[in-house]
Write a protein that binds this ligand. Structure first.
Ligand SMILES: [Fe+2]
Length: 347
């Protein structure tokens, strides 16, 4: 089934947490993707001669193994903001929000891509901070926490001689206690005035995207069972005016090509424009990387913004094989994508 998404004029992505940071490298194509990372503070007049601003190290965000994106879409005078995942640790989330001076008061919707701690660990404090900012901003509604209903008690992986468990994800009750309205959803649904579409389960079509090999879950009866597909992973997509779909992927356990293929299937006939998030190819072999780059090329994205679990080899491959498309996703950097004709004077 296909859905009608509202055309948006701009999409701003403030990366609150990613594995990597690089505040120095410039955008390769600032006309297409504006990227800013450094924040400067004003210096009192005359304190250091004619110097007007100071760059402080404590204003630079930290990297951490996980992902959190603050996404704002605008259409005319309307804008909506969605938090996509909250990174691995509450302290990291809070530190980077403070360092980047991110405004959480506009966050109406919190999306969890899947139940893995590197995406969910920061959620309780993120929700508390959003509520505090919204209360200070005039008592706005609680944010919705949009999560898949199938939360494993624990997830982990088979490391050969032993099973390694992750820490538990926050429970539904903990998210409610933090101040969210919890929505347990496994269906495809539009949110925030149809500016964003949240996917349901991603159909697995390619032969080379086989989930999270050796993934396991704890059943609660003392047993661990295979759980390689991570069926609860859901992506988010929006539609940039006259450019196409912007896809947000958490970890791409269903496969980045399967995710983009499904985004095209549900995205109302728009072409694929940009893909941002974790492509989960850091542990892929050479054949999988090759098949994935070919699969992406066939879908003709204009911009690829890999982060988190993508791995440096696949980023390098994008740069080599799809020149001009790579915009790495870095912790603390704010990226702006604009629709075609946006900001131009009417003819
Ligand atoms: Fe992840």
């Amino acid at each position: 089934m296909s859905y009608t998404l509202q055309d948006v004029d701009t999409v701003t992505i403030q990366v609150l947490v990613d594995n990597e940071l690089d505040p120095i490298s410039k955008s390769q194509n600032p006309a297409v993707v504006d990227a800013t990372a450094f924040r400067l503070r004003e210096l009192p007049a005359g304190e250091r001669g004619p110097a007007a601003m100071e760059m402080r190290m404590e204003d630079i965000c930290c990297g951490a193994h996980g992902l959190s994106l603050l996404i704002t879409a605008t259409a005319g005078s309307t804008s909506h903001t969605l938090l996509f995942d909250a990174g691995p640790e509450e302290d990291v989330f809070e530190k980077n929000v403070t360092r980047s001076r991110a405004d959480l008061s506009a966050v109406e919707h919190v999306h969890l891509s899947h139940w893995h701690r590197d995406h969910s660990g920061g959620l309780p404090r993120a929700i508390r901070m959003i509520n505090a900012a919204r209360t200070a901003d005039g008592g706005l509604d609680k944010p919705t926490a949009d999560v898949h209903p199938d939360r494993p008690i624990y997830r982990g992986f088979n490391a050969g001689p032993f099973i390694a468990s992750l820490e538990a994800d926050p429970t539904f009750e903990e998210l409610e206690e933090a101040g969210a309205q919890v929505a347990r959803r496994d269906d495809t649904h539009a949110v925030l005035e149809d500016m964003f579409l949240v996917s349901g389960e991603v159909p697995r079509k390619t032969a080379y995207e086989v989930g999270f090999p050796r993934g396991m879950r704890f059943t609660g009866e003392g047993k661990w069972v295979p759980d390689e597909l991570i069926r609860d992973e859901r992506f988010v997509v929006c539609k940039l005016k006259r450019k196409g779909l912007v896809v947000f992927a958490g970890c791409s356990h269903p496969g980045i090509v399967n995710i983009c293929t499904h985004a095209l299937a549900i995205g109302g006939g728009a072409p694929l424009y940009a893909v941002i998030g974790g492509f989960h190819l850091a542990d892929g072999d050479a054949a999988k990387l090759e098949a994935s780059i070919q699969g992406l090329q066939d879908l003709k994205p204009q911009i690829l913004m890999p982060g988190h679990c993508t791995g440096w080899r696949f980023k390098f491959k994008i740069e080599q094989e799809i020149p001009g498309a790579l915009v790495p996703c870095f912790s603390g950097t704010k990226y702006t994508l604009a629709g075609e004709g946006v900001g131009e004077a009417p003819a």
